[in-house]
Design a protein around this ligand. Structure first.
Ligand SMILES: [Fe+2]
Length: 225
């Protein structure tokens, strides 16, 4: 009997560490809001291109792209009041709720065995080079590379798409904003690479291009930066 038991290999009841599981999590967030869904795909796209530009190995590039896809996963836990808020200003209480989303996203990811760059991107994508970010206020090289890459992709997409409180800016204007943020909020060397990448190869993101449809939804996205 013991012999038989030793030869049996039971598959896990719930397979983990699976791209489909992670995409399911991304889709769940997308169900709450159309803008967030398209934004996540575009951030994944831009993150992937920047990671390739950095010269990272492909497995790491793919993890960073997934980090971009899942960066706002914790917004699943936002209350309807915060999620549907369309004003640029909000109360301190609402702000605090938003500021918890990286922690919540990372806590959710602990339930699957995903790679470190993914969790890092989710947990640290609102940290800033000068330490003025959240949730920890870490600065400079203490911020993991995947998070620094996703931050730039996140900012660029936020600037170049319509928001309830802000009209989209042109690519050129977006470059100016990113370059102003370089060295204080965003990693300067990565911003330079990103601007060069978009200048050379354009913004094309065929699956989820920024469209007028992005203006019709809301979902607390005014609070993402
Ligand atoms: Fe975020």
């Amino acid at each position: 009997m013991a012999e038989v038991a030793q030869t049996l290999v039971y598959p896990p009841i719930f397979p983990i560490n699976d791209t489909r599981t992670l995409m399911l999590m991304a889709s769940a967030l997308g169900l709450r809001d159309k803008y967030t869904h398209a934004h996540a795909h575009r951030v994944a796209h831009y993150s992937k291109r920047l990671a390739v530009r950095v010269g990272l190995p492909m497995h790491e590039v793919m993890q960073i792209a997934m980090g971009g896809m899942l960066h706002d996963l914790g917004k699943l836990a936002l209350s309807d009041r915060v999620f549907s808020n369309q004003r640029a200003e909000c109360s301190e209480e609402m702000l605090q709720e938003v500021r918890n989303h990286p922690l919540i996203g990372a806590a959710l990811l602990k339930k699957v065995a995903c790679g470190r760059p993914i969790t890092d991107a989710v947990l640290y994508h609102h940290e800033r080079i000068n330490g003025q970010g959240y949730p920890f206020g870490i600065k400079g090289n203490a911020i993991p590379l995947s998070a620094k890459i996703v931050s730039i992709a996140d900012c660029f997409d936020a600037i170049t798409t319509d928001r309830p409180y802000q009209k989209r800016k042109s690519r050129q204007e977006a470059f100016s904003v990113l370059l102003k943020m370089a060295g204080t909020s965003l990693a300067a060397d990565l911003v330079a690479l990103f601007v060069d990448e978009i200048r050379c190869n354009g913004m094309a993101c065929h699956d989820h291009p920024p469209t007028a449809a992005d203006t019709t939804v809301h979902a607390g996205n005014n609070l993402s930066h």
